[in-house]
Write a protein that binds this ligand. Structure first.
Ligand code: KIV
Ligand code: ZN
Length: 506
């Protein structure tokens, strides 16, 4: 069957989302999971943009076994050389060169005319081709460009060696029918188009990115660029899970296939959400908490009689665990290990040990432990940042009369025990003030949210925070049945990330 190439840009465009910064370990972990998911291409980053991105792309390139690893480059010699340096260790390397192609961007941002941009694109693709065979080219803002110019520039870059031409709706301005017509026009008017794969890259500013991608596929595109949970610049990119599941579920319409193992979708979505700190909205298609929940009595009745009455996909095909009520106080190591395996986790001995201890502690406080609880505590134990500071003890006094007070004990560098106390406007403020006195890292709290992992008064509370220091945002996450403890952990987690980012490399 005809195949659609799935090009994942979670680690490049997805990470570009405001506040979505990932560290080296986190990028590597996501890349491994994307490879397991079966995407064809992983756009691992933009190597020239920072030393950190360069190092992450380089490691992903050498480690990833199956997928093509792609590095992004502007149409500048320096970008292309740096992209190649980063990806040259990959089994299947790709350089992705882009340049603005709409008049508005060429005139006001690049200050170049069409002829100059066309020559630059052709020359830079030729330069990239000197390094490797697999070259992708994107005329940025193509949906707002003159189609005649798009035809011309594509013809030139294909002659210079591009093997994939990617048509971006950079600012999410297009309408599906119009975008489909652009792809059709390219198929009809670019003389050498049959030599390359047509790709599309759509943003979600009008909530139409997935619709554009599907329309483009109908008109002959055979690569779709997308991200897990649809994260990305501004309103995000087309969501991988929606595209893959539409092609799979409506195979009768598309007659197309992808290489993605759909059973890995749920796990990938959860992990990307945990690591980026971007929550998945409950009504999000495919991976939202309500995507397979039936509330109406009539629907529930139908589902019990025959799931297909109201369910167009079996939740197991996207890897949503079949049962939700699993374990308790009496469950042992073996049962816990098995449940982890069913949920798709393979932990090292150390991580497993910590997760099991946390599970037992939780089981003492909470009668029934669900899969969501297990996912939350595993995320808590799978440390992706070196813990310079660790929460040892915490005591808080609060109420409507007294002054909120917190006493905090941390284990700091060299296992030093540090303790202090502070007052605050509320218990969380008091805890944060006490931690500030101990750690002394100036920052501003820009986001604080708390949500319960499951229903019930004994549920785990997950706290997500973002802090800003020198213009950079750091995310922190903490989970506990006590939300003040979870808040303290989230803050320490964010501070550890800040410290890791400031530590000199090497
Ligand atoms: O949105 C866009 O145009 C991009 C390009 C770099 C492909 O992200
Ligand atoms: Zn983009």
């Amino acid at each position: 069957m005809d195949k659609v190439i799935i090009f994942d840009t979670t680690l490049r465009d997805g990470e570009q989302a405001a506040g979505g910064m990932l560290n080296f370990q986190e990028k590597l972990e996501i890349a491994r999971q994307l490879d397991k998911l079966g995407v064809d291409v992983i756009e691992a980053g933009f190597p020239v943009s920072s030393e950190g991105d360069f190092e992450a792309v380089k490691s992903i390139a050498t480690e990833i076994g199956s997928a093509t690893v792609c590095g992004l480059a502007r149409a500048h010699p320096k970008d292309i050389d740096r992209a190649w340096e980063a990806i040259k260790g990959a089994r299947r390397p790709r350089i992705h060169v882009f340049v603005s192609a709409s008049d508005i961007q060429m005139v006001h941002q690049l200050k170049k005319n069409r002829q100059q941009v066309l020559e630059l694109a052709r020359d830079m693709v030729a330069r990239a081709k000197g390094y490797t065979e697999d070259i992708e080219f994107s005329p940025m803002d193509a949906s707002r460009a003159d189609p005649e110019f798009i035809y011309e520039i594509l013809e030139a870059v294909i002659s210079a060696g591009a093997t994939t031409v990617n048509i971006p709706d950079t600012v999410g301005y297009a309408i599906p029918d119009e975008f489909g017509q652009l792809i059709k026009g390219i198929v009809e008017h670019v003389p050498n188009i049959e030599r390359v794969v047509i790709s599309v890259h759509c943003h979600d500013d009008l909530g139409l990115s997935v619709a554009h991608s599907r329309e483009a596929v109908r008109q002959g595109a055979r690569q779709v660029e997308c991200t897990i949970n649809g994260i990305g610049e501004r309103a995000g990119n087309a969501s991988l899970e929606e595209i893959v599941m539409a092609i799979k579920t409506r195979n009768d319409f598309f007659h197309l296939a992808t290489s993605v193992d759909s059973r890995q979708i749920y796990k990938t979505s959860r992990r990307v959400s945990e690591l980026t700190g971007f929550a998945v909205q409950p009504n999000k298609a495919i991976v939202g908490a309500n995507a397979f929940r039936h509330q109406s009595g009539i629907h529930q009745d139908g589902i019990l009689k025959m799931p297909k009455t109201y369910e167009i996909m079996d939740p197991r095909t996207v890897g949503i665990p079949a049962s939700s009520l699993v374990m308790g106080k009496l469950s042992g190591r073996h049962a816990f290990k098995e449940r982890l395996a069913e949920l798709g986790y393979t932990l090292s001995e150390d991580d497993f040990h910590r997760a099991f201890v946390a599970f037992k502690e939780l089981a003492d406080k909470k009668k029934e432990i669900t899969d969501r609880d297990i996912e939350s505590l595993v995320a808590e134990e799978l440390r992706t940042v070196t813990e310079v500071y660790h929460l040892d003890r915490l005591q808080v006094t609060t109420g409507d009369r007294g002054v909120p007070t917190a006493a905090v004990r941390l284990i700091g560098p060299g296992d030093k025990v540090l303790a202090d106390a502070a007052l605050g406007t509320g218990p969380v403020d008091a805890v944060y003030q006490a931690i500030n006195r101990l750690v002394g890292l100036p920052n501003t709290l820009t986001e604080f949210s708390v949500k319960s992992v499951t229903e019930g008064i004994d549920a785990i509370g997950e706290v997500l925070i973002r802090i800003e220091s020198d213009g950079v945002t750091y995310t922190g996450r903490g989970a506990d049945t006590d939300i003040i403890v979870a808040s303290a952990r989230a803050y320490i987690n964010a501070l550890n990330r800040l410290l890791a980012a400031k530590r000199p490399a090497g």
